[in-house]
Design a protein around this ligand. Structure first.
Ligand SMILES: C=C(O[C@@H]1C=C(C(=O)O)C=C[C@H]1O)C(=O)O
Length: 480
């Protein structure tokens, strides 16, 4: 990885751009290996979701992530939104080695990358966008997503507070047609600059036209909860998270961008995400759960488990919150997660610090949350932490292996990207991963919605089903 001193004039004229890339094409010819140029340039304020809507094509690899309000952080940060469009380099893999292999791919890609332009600005330089499936091997023969997908986008448009930035990643090698490459870059750069800070058109409401089908019956879900309670009594495991899925079909195609826009208004404190495969399927959602983030060696993670609905009036809401905070069952369900996270971090040689349990209140639901912090040494990669934490007992159970076996046996659908790590890593090793819950897989006129609930001693099948329905309803409301 080489860093070229600031050159702010890169995209000033087509000629300038041509001249600059030509130099690197020659370097790649001399070294007899491809050279990736990562060019960062500040732009006027723009909504990255609007750029995503304008430029992303359905058959490409794409990624979007946004988190607006960081109100509950110890050190409040400004909102961040990143759109990643197309791929300059990509890597997919199945199997247990996926996190290590992903790291190797990132390392070897960075070794061929030259970082140019305004590399000192927030979110500048090469970023790798990653999605992992819940299990490291899908049981479907044609899974929607591989167990790991990592890509360096062709275009990255981001906003961090009031700073907006474009990163273009270009591969140059001996056979590159420089004229064509420069033309393509120049045209896309001009179209990005022409995009105004405009509003996204809401989707046409078509709630009445939808058909909804439970993938497995709600009876099946309740029976699975009941059977899990027996296993809990027999100490096979002491927590399990069971999910339910619903297929929704519509005569009109679902509009993922409009849904994301709707979700960010409904859940401003959540991670908003979207990623697609090259078959035009999009996995989207609004997750309240951070798996882990690292910034300048400071790691943030947390336990999120234990839920209650929001009350219709202030006093009803306060009563539900109080009951949640004082519930022995919900506290136990929560503690299993915070203890596991601290243990896993300690095994990596870190010294995690937890804050007291508090409430995370979303518009439809409230959760117990424990923020956990640690300092990470330079030789611990963010993906090492992701590998150690996923899946936490917030989405799998405890002990993990027994819970995962049970999930495989009782859930009749593939979790795919549901409840799995989704996020990005940059060239400094900073990055952010959310847990892909409160999510849906959109495929034209159909969508599969996922939601789960943690089961511990004292859980009741009917109440767990109600919790899952509440989570599903919130997502459904955003899709139309
Ligand atoms: C598994 C999900 O959510 C998880 C389960 C929770 C619970 O059971 O209380 C709360 C937050 C999440 O950790 C989901 O939303 O699908």
């Amino acid at each position: 990885m080489t860093v070229t001193p600031r050159c702010t004039h890169l995209f000033q004229t087509r000629r300038e751009l041509h001249h600059f890339l030509n130099r690197y094409k020659q370097i790649s010819e001399e070294r007899i290996q491809p050279q990736i140029m990562s060019l960062s340039m500040a732009i006027d304020p723009v909504d990255p979701l609007v750029v995503f809507q304008a430029l992303a094509e359905p058959q490409q690899l794409n990624f979007y992530m946004e988190k607006r309000a960081f109100g509950q952080e110890v050190e409040p940060q400004e909102g961040v939104a990143i759109a990643a469009i197309g791929s300059a380099a990509k890597f997919t893999i199945n199997g247990a080695e996926r996190f290590t292999a992903a790291q190797q791919f990132i390392r070897s890609t960075l070794a061929q990358t030259a970082i140019c332009g305004q590399a000192h600005l927030p979110l500048a330089g090469p970023h790798f966008f990653c999605s992992f499936t819940f299990f490291d091997q899908d049981s479907d023969r044609k899974p929607a997503f591989p167990a790991a997908t990592i890509f360096l986008p062709e275009w990255q448009i981001s906003r961090s507070g009031s700073h907006c930035l474009v990163v273009a990643n270009v591969v140059l090698c001996a056979t590159t047609n420089l004229e064509e490459t420069v033309d393509r870059l120049w045209q896309t750069w001009q179209s990005i600059r022409a995009i105004r800070y405009e509003l996204i058109t809401p989707a046409i409401e078509h709630q009445d036209l939808l058909t909804r089908r439970d993938v497995a019956t709600t009876q099946h879900f309740k029976q699975a909860v009941q059977a899990a309670l027996t296993d809990i009594q027999q100490a096979t495991f002491h927590k399990i998270v069971l999910a339910h899925a619903v297929d929704v079909t519509s005569p009109l195609p679902f509009d993922a961008i409009a849904a994301l826009h709707h979700l960010r208004k409904l859940y401003p404190g959540c991670y908003l995400f979207s990623t697609s495969n090259d078959r035009g399927q999009q996995f989207i959602g609004a997750s309240p759960e951070r798996l882990v983030s690292v910034r300048d060696g400071q790691l943030k993670t947390g336990a999120l488990a234990g839920s209650a609905p929001r009350g219709k009036t202030t006093s009803a809401d306060a009563a539900l919150a109080k009951r949640l905070l004082e519930s022995v069952k919900e506290r136990h369900e929560h503690r299993v997660v915070s203890q596991f996270i601290c243990q896993q971090l300690a095994q990596l040689g870190l010294s995690p610090q937890s804050l007291p349990v508090r409430l995370l209140q979303l518009s439809n639901i409230q959760h117990l949350q424990t923020p956990i912090y640690a300092t990470v040494p330079a030789d611990t990669h963010l993906l090492d932490v992701v590998a150690a934490l996923h899946p936490t007992p917030a989405v799998a159970g405890m002990p993990r292996a027994a819970a995962c076996d049970y999930i495989r046996r009782y859930e009749t659908f593939e979790r795919s990207l549901y409840a799995a790590p989704i996020g990005w890593v940059d060239h400094h090793g900073n990055g952010e991963f959310a847990v892909g819950i409160r999510s849906a897989l959109i495929d034209g006129c159909s969508a599969r919605l996922f939601a789960g609930a943690g089961i511990v001693e004292g859980s009741a099948p009917e109440r767990e089903l109600a919790e899952v329905q509440l989570k599903l309803q919130a997502l459904l409301q955003a899709l139309i």
